[in-house]
Design a binder for this molecule. Sequence first.
Ligand SMILES: [Zn+2]
Ligand SMILES: [Zn+2]
Length: 369
Amino acid sequence: MTQAAASGPTGGAVTAHGGGVWSLRVPIPDNPLGHTLVHVLDTDRGPVLIDTGWDDPDSWAELTSGLATLGIGIADVHGVVVTHHHPDHHGLSGRVREESGAWIAMHAADIAVVRRSRVARTGSWRGYLDRKLTAAGAPEEHLAPLRAAYADRAARASQATGERTRTLPGERAALPDREIVPGELLDLSGRRLRAVWTPGHTPGHVCLHLEEEHPAGLPGHGRLFSGDHLLPGISPHIGLYEDPDDPAGEAANGDPLGDYLDSLERVGRLGVAEVLPAHQHAFTDAAGRVRALLAHHEERLTGLLALLATPLTPWQLAERMEWNRPWDRIPHGSRSIAVSEAEAHLRRLVKLGRAEAVAGTEPVAYVAV
Ligand SMILES: [Zn+2]
Ligand SMILES: [Zn+2]
């Protein structure tokens, strides 16, 4: 980091958080979320980025111009710490590494997801999603357009690239070269940054706890880079963990919502002075936000139990759940995501012994017990 950065002029897309921490607003194209907050952490060996933003030319331009505002050239970047594998966080990591030689660090469980998506063939994913949605009770009028869209994309991609088709953004995702080990300090010269494993939103999501006094003297124990785990005004999507190579395996049998709620409590106990999330804005009172999210999920689970007084498939449950708009106005792609969220809630209720599968139903229906 240069002298210019140390006394950093900021404005517009760049916010100085003090104590050698800045955030850059990197836009996400065509997404209501608007932008990813990429954090810059000054270390003795050079700036380290926490997340990088969506892989898009405009996002890249904003990232590099934001860094330039801080007097940082992209070649100066020493390392990239990725909170989780989603493309709005990990998308530009590969390009940053290409232009700087920086290392990329991620939790092993999300590295496994990246590795799978890099080798996934469109056909195997399509088959997997099709079976999964069918098993969840998706009607033919949902499945038919998805099949048609896949067939169309596959045809166009195979025209362009021959045998191997490229239709999933994850196929280009960079394979990280370092593992983030939960509970350990990252190897960052001059900083105390500890990894806190917070599975739920993804199996390998991590928050990063900057165990240093707050630069403005706010009460509490340091600051938390919270990724998508803890956001001031959004409850992150929790679906089932997916592993098309092992549809009956550990990932498929996990309890992501249970993991998420445990992770929330873990983060609440840290007693941090300030949270620096990857979307929206920095905030204080992490414990209050954790309590609000726990209450929100408890309320939602209770509401679902009332719906499950009569047996419902995951699809039927999703149709009846409350979303940010009426079901008939939710686009097809988002309905698949909504069903995944309904399944995560059902999984939790079954693990808690509050719901069970109805024997002999196909697709499987669930009922409150
Ligand atoms: Zn995410
Ligand atoms: Zn995100």
